[in-house]
Write a protein that binds this ligand. Structure first.
Ligand code: AMP
Length: 436
């Protein structure tokens, strides 16, 4: 279904035939060349095709849909104050308020030089301000499904001129139980429209969703297999199942890792690992779908501030977390799906930065390791566990020298003022369950 011929020629944003205002905006943002998903998707969206795109956060997917949509809406840009001149023409649905806000910020940045209006609506906050923005009229509306339905409730006209629909992180919307809301929203949209579905996975529920909502879509997949694999150093240690905790502690100490995101396959395993690590004196927290929103927030905040050294997570819980500059990911257990392995290691080494992914693999997991290697088309060398430096000789209690005081203070200062990670928290519950 992919059309490679349309893709390969384009190298710059200008060559993608985007409006000069958009090219200027991305250049001001420091984007020099389109990312692979942008190169693939933009020409197809400009050609009016529906799209089924496999791309995760971090690949540049937002610009991949936002730029061609803004380009196509540009002829409608106007400075009229009449709301009637600003109907919603592009609707972007996102699973969480964090993603919705992020997408909207990008839309604002890309549309900086165009007189197009946009806004974002999400649950958990008062509706009045959002309602005022909608009443004034916007061409681009970014929304979480539940809150959009709240707004659309009485005003059937809100969505009746939508020409472009984007389902961003559609797999997560399904995971979070948004399918009924999506169906209700779709029923409010014109039948003739262009629909773009972005998802990190193409599994059966996504295919079903695509079959019912998209019209003869083209499928684009960024080189998912190797994107993370190229920028991330992947280390495999063979470790007996019972020795994994010791191995994890040893790796953290020997490599002097400031922080790491540690993956387990299940919620139970995540809790158990966190408890055992805590008993060993490490600053650890666990996040997974059974944790309350408050627990998750606290864990993430602690991690962000550097107070939590190891954050133990399941695949689903970690999915929505946008992590900048995370130095290391540890696969305490390999995932059953090799795709999840790529997803996990993609949490480190983002945007071309180098990252480190360490897998502790027991002999029971050999088959899973082979599956990963097949999937990433690469053999992963097995490395012996690092040896620990001998403990420093005991130091007599003495007044610190001025140099020692300065170095230590600098270290502390650095830790406190430079959080290692930036994290955004996806809510556990669907928006629609949040009273507004
Ligand atoms: P996204 O996958 O849309 O969340 O984008 C991930 C990050 O990549 C965001 O910080 C974008 O601003 C950035 N980005 C998107 N496209 C490009 C590009 N062509 N060049 C450089 N950075 C980009």
């Amino acid at each position: 279904m992919t059309e490679p011929s349309a893709l390969e020629a384009a190298i710059t944003f200008a060559e993608l035939k985007l409006a000069p205002e958009l090219v200027r905006a991305v250049s001001e943002l420091g984007y020099s060349v389109p990312t692979p998903i942008q190169k693939e998707a933009i020409p197809l969206v400009l050609a009016g095709r529906d799209l089924l795109a496999q791309a995760q956060t971090g690949t540049g997917k937002t610009a991949a849909f936002a730029l061609p949509l803004l380009h196509q809406i540009k002829p409608h840009a106007n400075t009229s104050t009449s709301p009637a001149r600003h109907p919603v023409r592009a609707l972007v649905l996102a699973p969480t308020r964090e993603l919705a806000i992020q997408v909207h910020e990008s839309v604002v940045a890309y549309a900086k030089h165009l007189p197009l209006r946009s806004t974002v609506v999400y649950g958990g906050v008062n509706m009045n301000e959002q309602e005022a923005a909608l009443r004034a009229g916007v061409e681009v509306l970014v929304a979480t499904p539940g809150r959009l339905l709240d707004h659309a409730g009485n005003k059937m006209t809100l969505l009746n001129q939508v020409q472009f629909l984007v389902l961003d992180e559609a797999d997560r919307m399904l995971d979070m139980g948004f399918l009924p809301d999506l169906k209700r929203i779709l029923a409010l949209l014109p039948k003739t429209r262009q629909t773009l579905l972005f998802s990190a996975t193409f599994d059966e529920p996504i295919t079903r969703l695509a079959n019912s909502f998209l019209r003869d879509p083209l499928k684009v997949e960024v080189a998912r297999k190797n994107t993370a694999a190229e920028t991330v150093e992947q280390v495999v240690h063979k470790v007996a199942e019972d020795d994994k905790i010791d191995a994890l502690i040893r790796v953290v100490r020997a490599r002097e890792l400031p922080q790491a995101l540690v993956f387990t396959r299940t919620k139970i395993a995540a809790d158990k690992l966190a408890r055992r690590l805590q008993r060993r004196g490490l600053e650890v927290a666990a996040i997974h779908g059974d944790k309350t929103q408050i627990d998750r927030l606290q864990a993430l905040e602690g991690f962000k501030q550097g107070k939590i050294k190891l954050l133990v997570a399941t695949d689903i819980a970690a999915r929505g977390i946008d992590i900048a500059e995370l130095p290391c990911v540890v696969n305490f257990e390999l995932p059953y799906s090799p795709e999840d392995y790529v997803h996990r290691i993609g949490r480190t080494g983002r945007a071309g930065a180098s990252g480190l992914a360490i897998s502790l693999v027991s002999s029971e997991e050999d088959k899973l390791l082979a599956g990963v290697e097949r999937f990433i088309s690469r053999d992963l060398a097995i490395t012996p566990l690092p040896s620990l430096a001998p403990p420093p000789p005991p130091v007599r209690a003495a007044a610190p020298t001025p140099a020692a005081v300065t170095a230590d203070a600098g270290y502390r200062r650095g830790r406190q003022t430079q959080p290692v990670c930036a994290l955004f928290l996806p809510p556990v519950k669907p928006e629609s369950e949040t009273p507004s």
